[in-house]
Write a protein that binds this ligand. Structure first.
Ligand code: ZN
Length: 312
């Protein structure tokens, strides 16, 4: 079993309205809700996981929809863009589709030879769709109106905005096994050979950048993937040896987590493939029922009363 970092595991962001978030990600972007649970530290708030059919690591975007939380804004020390891979020649269809939902394209063009379009989710979170030079062969989740010729394949990359990239780059190269692939202006692209997909991190250097505000419409943390919690704990030792603070192993029911803040200020997590999203419901029913960690089952009725009603 490979003892490497296997690209991205998941990205977690903040939203201000559960229903609006659910509608956008399942009906407009066409992701599958693979788990409907609560914030383990704040069980009056949902925790939604969106991904492909199985919720494969590298496809999972998660949200804490805190109803009516303040609007956040991006800045240095944060992940400021999430990019999904889409099939070749699908961006024109995506532009038409997004226009049909009155979603404006904020930017389009080519980066590192790959065509992309960028837009925002209803909370202002930056999203990008990329046609990778090398086709992404992951099986897509298909919906009634988003078939394999358009559907997202999972993460292409994420962008971290930083005042200086060197400390962050050192974590990627010296601990995580990434290497610098290319540079375009102030954007530095790092990749790992350990995986075919979801293996790109772009570092955007903004020497005069201001710190952001981590609330609605911003990313909370990015999680890197390892095969299991034995390998995870070896990375914990490596991170401690670089004199960085890191949490103990935390059981998130669907994976094990470690968290540390990298030198550029972004909250990093290392998360495991085991046990995965089918640990408490079968594949064909993922995301259909509210799942609670066992410590909250005794107060399920109170939690269900507090959570906003979600209309599928
Ligand atoms: Zn996480």
């Amino acid at each position: 079993m490979t003892e490497q970092i296997l690209g991205l595991h998941h990205i977690t962001a903040i939203a201000a309205n559960a229903q609006r978030n659910f509608d956008f990600y399942t009906k407009i972007l066409g992701l599958r809700l693979v788990k409907k649970t609560v914030n383990f530290d704040d069980p009056g708030t949902y925790h939604f996981y969106y991904g492909n059919e199985q919720g494969t690591p590298g496809t999972i975007l998660t949200f804490f929809p805190w109803e009516n939380i303040a609007q956040g804004h991006d800045g240095v020390g944060m992940a400021t863009d999430i990019a999904y891979a889409v099939p070749a020649n699908s961006l024109d269809s995506w532009k038409q589709r997004l226009a049909g939902f009155n979603i404006a394209i904020k930017e389009e063009g080519k980066r590192f030879g790959e065509s992309f379009i960028s837009f925002k989710d209803p909370d202002g979170l930056n999203l990008t769709l990329v046609e990778p030079v090398k086709a992404d062969t992951r099986a897509p989740w298909q919906t009634a109106d988003l078939k394999a010729d358009m559907a997202t394949r999972g993460f292409h990359s994420t962008t971290l905005s930083l005042r200086r990239i060197d400390g962050t780059a050192a974590v990627l190269t010296d601990i995580f096994g990434y290497k610098l692939l290319a540079q375009e202006g102030n954007r530095y692209r790092y990749t790992t050979d350990a995986v075919e997909n979801a293996g790109i991190i772009d570092l955007l250097e903004l020497p005069d950048g201001k710190p952001g505000y981590n609330a609605a419409g911003t990313n909370h943390h990015i999680a890197f993937r390892v095969a299991d919690d034995t390998i995870q704990m070896k990375f914990r030792e490596k991170i401690i040896s670089k004199r960085l603070q890191i949490t103990p192993k935390i059981d998130r029911d669907y994976f094990y987590s470690l968290y540390f803040r990298e030198p550029g200020g972004v909250l990093f997590e290392i998360a495991t493939d085991n046990p995965g999203f089918t640990v408490d419901e079968p594949l064909d029913q993922l995301g259909s029922a509210l799942k609670l960690p066992k410590q909250y089952e005794p107060i399920r009725a109170d939690i269900e009363k507090e959570l906003p009603v979600l209309v599928g």
